[in-house]
Write a protein that binds this ligand. Structure first.
Ligand SMILES: [Zn+2]
Ligand SMILES: [Zn+2]
Length: 334
C-alpha cells in the first residue's frame, strides 16, 4: 500500500511507494564504480603548485608535509554573486530586482586530488569542519549578509565536474521563501507546542529507532520519516543549536566521525553515487532562537525528480526510509 507521510518540521508531504519499492541492492547494480584518480593533477587548479590559478586564500590551515597547506579557502573565481555590488532593491515596474551581491567561496578540502570525505582520515575531516566554522563566523560579520549556506556537490549528477575534493560557501543578502517557509512552520510549532520541532523530531526518531543510521555522543544520523528521496540522510546535533557557527570543538570531532562514516556507508553500499550535502542553518541575527536548529542533509543523486514532483512538490520515494536506514546500518566501514 502506498503511503502519504508528512514532514513534521516543514509540513510537506511525500509518497512512500511501498509497492514500487526498489530494494537497496538494486541501486548498487545500477551505478558504475568511480574511476581511479591520481593524487595530483598538473591541470587541476586546486592541486598544490597551482595556487596562482585561484584568487589568494582568505583562510588556510597549514600542514607539515605534502604541501604547505592542508585546507585552503579561496573566493570562487566563477561565482554567481559578487561582494562588490550594492544591495539596494529596485522596482522595475511591478517587478523587484537587486544587484547580485553576495559572497562565494570554495573550501579546498585537501591537497590530495584523489580523496573524498568518505576516504579521508577523520583528522582531515575535522579540519574541513573547522574551516566551515571559521568562514561562517567571519562571513557572518559582513554587513548585509543574512544567510550562509555551506554545501558539497560530488559528481556530475550533483552539479560539479571538478574532481578535486571541495565544498562551497555562498552567503546572500536574501532569505528566500524556500528557506523562510520551514522556519515559519518551526516558529508556529514552537508557539503551539512550546518546544523546538527539530529537537522533537530527533527524539521521536530515536524512540522509533528503525530509521537511525548512526548515533554518537553529540549527533544522530537517520533517513527521516518523510524522506523525499532514496537514502536521504540527515545529521542533527542533539544539542539545541540554531546556527552552524555555534558548533563546539567536541562536536566538530564527533561530527567528523559521523559524517565520514555515513558518507563511507553510502559510498560502499551504493557504489559511490554522486551526492549533494547541505548545512541548513538559521539566518544571521536569528542564532538565539528557540525554534531553529541547524542540521546537515545528504542527498544521493540516484533518482531524478519527474513531472509529478515538479508539479506538486510531493516526492515519490521508492526506497522506504526504514529499508534505506537498515541497509546503511549494515554496511561495514573499515
Ligand atoms: Zn586537484
Ligand atoms: Zn532544537
Amino acid at each position: 500500500m502506498p503511503e502519504f507521510r508528512q514532514n513534521l518540521a516543514t509540513k510537506e508531504w511525500v509518497i512512500v511507494a511501498w509497492e514500487r519499492a526498489k530494494r537497496p541492492h538494486d541501486f548498487q547494480k545500477d551505478s558504475e564504480l568511480p574511476k581511479e584518480l591520481p593524487p595530483l593533477r598538473e591541470d587541476c587548479p586546486f592541486c598544490p603548485g597551482n595556487e596562482s590559478k585561484t584568487p589568494p586564500a582568505v583562510f588556510s590551515i597549514s600542514a607539515r608535509n605534502v604541501s604547505d597547506w592542508s585546507v585552503r579557502v579561496v573566493p570562487n573565481k566563477f561565482a554567481a554573486l559578487n561582494p562588490n555590488l550594492s544591495t539596494k532593491r529596485e522596482q522595475r515596474g511591478k517587478f523587484l530586482r537587486a544587484d547580485g551581491f553576495g559572497i562565494a567561496e570554495v573550501i579546498i578540502e585537501t591537497p590530495l586530488h584523489n580523496l573524498t570525505i568518505a576516504t579521508m582520515d577523520a583528522e582531515q575531516v575535522q579540519k574541513i569542519l573547522r574551516a566551515y566554522k571559521q568562514r561562517y563566523l567571519e562571513v557572518a560579520q559582513s554587513k548585509n549578509i543574512n544567510l550562509i549556506t555551506i554545501f558539497r556537490n560530488f559528481g556530475v549528477r550533483a552539479g560539479t565536474s571538478l574532481e578535486h575534493p571541495h565544498s562551497q560557501l555562498i552567503a546572500t543578502p536574501i532569505i528566500p521563501p524556500h528557506v523562510r517557509d520551514p522556519f515559519q512552520q518551526a516558529m508556529y510549532y514552537y508557539d503551539s507546542q512550546g518546544s523546538c520541532v527539530y529537537c522533537d523530531m530527533v527524539k521521536e526518531e530515536l524512540e522509533q529507532k528503525e530509521r537511525i543510521v548512526l548515533e554518537s555522543k553529540h549527533f544522530v544520523a537517520a533517513c527521516p520519516f518523510a524522506s523525499r528521496t532514496p537514502f536521504e540522510t540527515r545529521i542533527w546535533p542533539k544539542r539545541h543549536t540554531p546556527a552552524y557557527g555555534q558548533i563546539s570543538e567536541a562536536e566538530v570531532a564527533d561530527l567528523a566521525y559521523v559524517l565520514k562514516t555515513v558518507l563511507a556507508k553510502i559510498r560502499i553500499g551504493l557504489n559511490a553515487p554522486h551526492y549533494n550535502y547541505v548545512i541548513r542553518s538559521a539566518p544571521i541575527g536569528d542564532e538565539d532562537t528557540r525554534y531553529l536548529h541547524w542540521y546537515m542533509v545528504i542527498i544521493p543523486k540516484i533518482t531524478t525528480p519527474a513531472g509529478f514532483e515538479i508539479g506538486t512538490g510531493i516526492y515519490i520515494n521508492v526506497v522506504p526510509p526504514e529499508q534505506a536506514a537498515k541497509y546503511l546500518r549494515e554496511v561495514e566501514v573499515k
